[in-house]
Design a protein around this ligand. Sequence first.
Ligand SMILES: Cc1ncc(COP(=O)(O)O)c(C=O)c1O
Length: 488
Amino acid sequence: MEYHAARHNVPLLSEANEEQDCCHIVEEPDFDWDLFPSSMRRMEGPPIPSISEPSVARHYTQLSQMNFGVDVGMYPLGSCTMKYNPKVSESLAAHAGIVRLHPREPEAATQGILRILYELQLMLAEIGGVPEVSLQPAAGAHGEFLGMRLVRAYFDDIGEDRNQVLLPDTSHGTNPASAVMSGYEVLEVPSKEGTVDLDALEKAVSDRTAAFMLTNPNTLGLFEHDVLEIARILHDKGALLYYDGANLNAIMGRVRPGDMNYDIVHFNLHKTFATPHGGGGPGSGPVGVTEELAKYLPVPMVAREESVYYLDYDRPDSIGKVRSFVGSTGVLLRAYTYIRLMGGDGLRRAAELSVLNSNYLAHRLKDHYPMPYGSLRKHEFVLSGSSMKDKGLRTLDVAKRLIDHGFHPPTIYFPLLVEEALMIEPTETESRRDLDAFADAMIKIAEEAEANPQLLRDAPMKAPVGRVDEVYGARNPVYCWQDMEKGG
Ligand SMILES: Cc1ncc(COP(=O)(O)O)c(C=O)c1O
């Protein structure tokens, strides 16, 4: 791995000691140290470097300039909906009246936030086409886990012993993980031309089937047009249909999962409803359900009686809790602000634009990269880097070269159905100018692959860090950093 130190050398603050007297701003306090037992006292001061304020400010500014995010440039990470998030949502989530609230404050003192959460439950229920929504899960995957617990609670309650969950071969890895964590055996249903093969589904469904987990549009960006038939096949066998809401951004305001006859629906608020996603911060994956399943939802639900809001724990059939308190309040508040800001028409327009942007990009790129399963997509599409194999190049090389062209790479090697996949989701918040700049960069990379493949193999060359051994880095994060410092 190469660390481009000369170009981006930002030393650690502890290495940048300027040894200037002027920088000492902490005076020795006038204090009777003997009040502390000597065994608990430091014998020498902490190794705080002596650095001037401008140096500290420059240090952090330089670090921030080495970073990449949605506020820096286009971030077309497929299946992640990395849209620009309005700053008004951020400022409301940071409002002192919110951040200083403690979840154990009495309900009489928290009527404001309870009202917001109550209204958010209703708004999500309306968007999802389901009667009740729990705000508790902390991510999409966590919503799936809750969904699977609800499936189990339902079948336990009606006395049916079902042990299988079905998934299409386009499903996201969190789907089988959630099903297996809830004790289910997972069976894969093959696709036909990119969408669920109905004959294969008919064969797979039995009285052992508890649920089928299906995102729509699926991870190829294709709308599952047979969804009503899929729901019928499941329901005829007494099984449930689960909506993985990661791709709701493509269809919100146009069609509702509840109206597609899904029984359980999760929402990735940190994708569709404006929270920066992917930075390791908290997420939120509320879950909505049909009338029949509502009694199993976790406690507490936010409820209202006349004009008073309260946390309702009096739900005897509830599965219990899946998270502390009501959920990730900051994320919930951002989603509330976003939905209020956009309104129903705005949400629908966002979905339409996300689909338009995706198809525009797909149209510009389809002659330069193979695009299996046709070219008309919803909010995302999947290209293949397989045509570069004869030059000894892989999709990973295209992704790394994109960094040199100023773009965050798309999702790669997923979905597995596409060899050397590049999964691109531009979102509705990119302008025509940015979409064209991205398309130009991708086309240029295809040309570079022909003319000078080494450029792709060596990429990224313009980033602070060169080609990283990602598997080694993921397994040994600390050692990796140390090796980098040694120039290894
Ligand atoms: C299709 C799909 N399902 C589920 C998830 C899991 O969502 P989360 O990252 O919120 O856990 C993702 C995440 O990208 C996804 O793309």
